[in-house]
Write a protein that binds this ligand. Structure first.
Ligand code: PLP
Length: 453
């Protein structure tokens, strides 16, 4: 029996009775009923009521090539018929993860050439945490095991992901994080820059917070620094261009590994294959997932730099870590076909030279002046709109996040899916958006803001 045999009401009732959702207040969900998305095509999603909604979030920051790509369905179908599953344990391998690992090594920064697969970003960060601590143990420095992260960072929701992340409500529920992880300030100028401080100066000061934490702990105790090049779930917080090169310099100075979490920024969103390239840095690990398959299959890839890989291979023995679905042949086949599409259609270049700049200009010219908007910002095709009560003083509305939820709901009703995080509206559209799609999205944002006034 397919879902078409059920009414919307029935599906909502079954959903409420049996389905526990991620990051959801289930009491609220039961009262409101969920929005059931039934199909999608190109940049649009369609709900069970037949509403067509422009997807300003690319699903959950992942459907970079848009919906309805037969090529990806066919890649999965072919692989499922030929070899639906075999593992990469016990000295076995299958062709698609092998070819995908090679392809990723070619796309990544020069010193990053090895890949460890998983099924989600959280899993990949779990691997990354274990790997960097294992690296230092293999180097004879097991006490060099602390990780520095940032407040408000999001690195997933497994125990390791939550502990690496800096989201207070998540930590509270965890009831005990993985030890030896500390959090420093985020590089968010709109809220944290001092009066008169330039963007450049603020970026250096935010990087200095990393140095201070290293010095305070003692460099001989610090394994790595981890950060999202642009904080995503925390509200598309874009650091000044001075921040990352300075963080990299500090990490090298104290022999601390640099871990980038590119689960959102990887595979074109910033106008380069990886944001590491946008900011001109060479990390030791890069966590990726989401757009690797454009969300058509669950797959993550932890890209591992030569320094760590060399030690792992030469001194490592067995690394007691791995997942049944690591290097899943079907997911890897879909990833290869997805990378083909991104390359063939020149989507990365399009973000860099056409839609990214146009998106920035549209936000500035059409949204920034609205009475409810404190700031707009974007990088490539990820953007944010800060909702404020008072533009001049930057005073927020009461009840953190409530105003943004009102705007978001008006936006969805006007035909644009976007996300509200705290007082921030977030956009992260598929990379297939054109100038016309950006114009259409802006029409709908303006309408939603006007309705919320
Ligand atoms: N890291 C970052 C930066 C993310 O944005 C996310 C998810 O949004 C994750 C890790 C976790 O990925 P997943 O939800 O696939 O476990």
């Amino acid at each position: 029996m397919t879902y078409q045999n059920y009414s919307l009401k029935q599906l909502q009732q079954i959903d409420a009775a049996h389905h526990l959702h991620p990051f959801t207040d289930h009491k609220e969900l039961r009262e409101a009923g969920s929005r059931i998305i039934t199909r999608a095509e190109g940049p649009y999603i369609y709900d069970s009521e037949g509403n067509e909604i422009l997807d300003g979030m690319a699903g959950l920051w992942c459907v970079n090539v848009g919906y309805g790509r037969n090529e990806l369905a066919e890649a999965a179908y072919r692989q499922m018929k030929e070899l639906p599953y075999y593992n990469s344990f016990f000295k076995c391998s299958t062709p698609t993860p092998v070819l995908l690992a090679k392809r990723l090594a070619e796309l990544a920064p020069k010193s990053v050439n090895q890949v460890f697969f998983g099924s989600s970003g959280s899993e990949a960060n779990d691997t990354a945490l274990r790997l960097v601590r294992h690296y230092w143990a293999l180097e004879g420095k097991p006490e060099k095991n602390r990780i520095i992260s940032r407040r408000n960072a999001y690195h997933g929701s497994t125990v390791a992901g939550t502990s690496l992340g800096g989201m207070e409500p998540m930590h509270k529920q965890l009831g005990g994080a993985v030890p030896n992880i500390v959090h420093v300030m985020m590089p968010y100028a709109y809220e944290l820059a001092l009066p008169g401080e330039s963007d450049h100066e603020f970026g250096l000061r935010a990087a200095k917070a990393v140095e201070d934490a290293i010095v305070e702990a003692g460099p001989e105790k610090v394994a790595a620094f981890i950060g999202e090049p642009i904080m995503g779930a925390g509200g598309v917080k874009i650091p000044p261009m001075s921040y990352w090169p300075e963080v990299e310099r500090i990490c090298r100075k104290y022999d601390v590994l640099l871990m980038l979490d590119e689960v959102i920024t990887g595979y074109g969103r910033t106008g380069e294959w990886f944001a590491a390239q946008s900011f001109g840095i060479e990390p030791d690990t890069i966590t990726t997932a989401k757009a690797l398959t454009s969300g058509y299959q669950p797959l993550s890839a932890l890209l591992v730099g030569d320094r760590i890989a060399r030690t792992l291979v030469e001194k490592g023995g067995e690394f007691y870590h791995g997942y049944t679905y690591a290097g899943h042949p079907v997911a890897c086949a879909v990833a290869l076909a997805n990378l083909d599409i991104i390359e063939r259609e020149g989507l990365v270049d399009r973000v860099k030279n056409d839609t990214g700049p146009y998106f920035a200009q549209a936000l500035r010219e059409r949204i920034a002046d609205h009475r409810l908007v404190g700031e707009v910002r974007s990088f490539g095709l990820m953007g944010a709109i800060e909702i404020v009560r008072d533009k001049a003083t930057r005073e927020r509305f009461e009840g953190e996040g409530r105003a943004a939820v009102v705007v978001r709901d008006h936006a969805i009703a006007s035909g644009l899916m976007l996300r509200a995080t705290g007082d921030t509206m977030i956009l992260s559209p598929p990379l297939i958006w054109t100038r016309e799609t950006i114009d259409l999205a802006c029409d709908r944002i303006v309408k939603a803001l006007d309705l919320a006034e």
